[in-house]
Unconditional design. Sequence first.
Length: 109
Amino acid sequence: MFENLVLRRIFGPRTDEVTEEWRRLHNEQLNDLYSSPNIVQVIKSRRMKWAGHVACMGEERRAYRVLLGKPEGKRPLGKPRCRWVDIRLDVGMWTGLGLPKIETGGRRL
């Protein structure tokens, strides 16, 4: 959407050959003028290419199992459980161990 807006601003309006009136360019005409591949189509084609590559793999490969697998179970509701890393960072912040030391030359900040 934004790309077409910018391209319309760059290329400007054109005169219609039949009615000879000024009009905005259609998306196909912008693509013909700019001749750049559509980024959405490029991403979709690369995903399909990767899926075909993974589909040819054997069943023992992890990527194949991830592509065809379905997650089991449910995610827990509510706030995520606290991890040990989170506790360590909390203690470091309170004790000053987690904060960088700043040299002030004896002055208070």
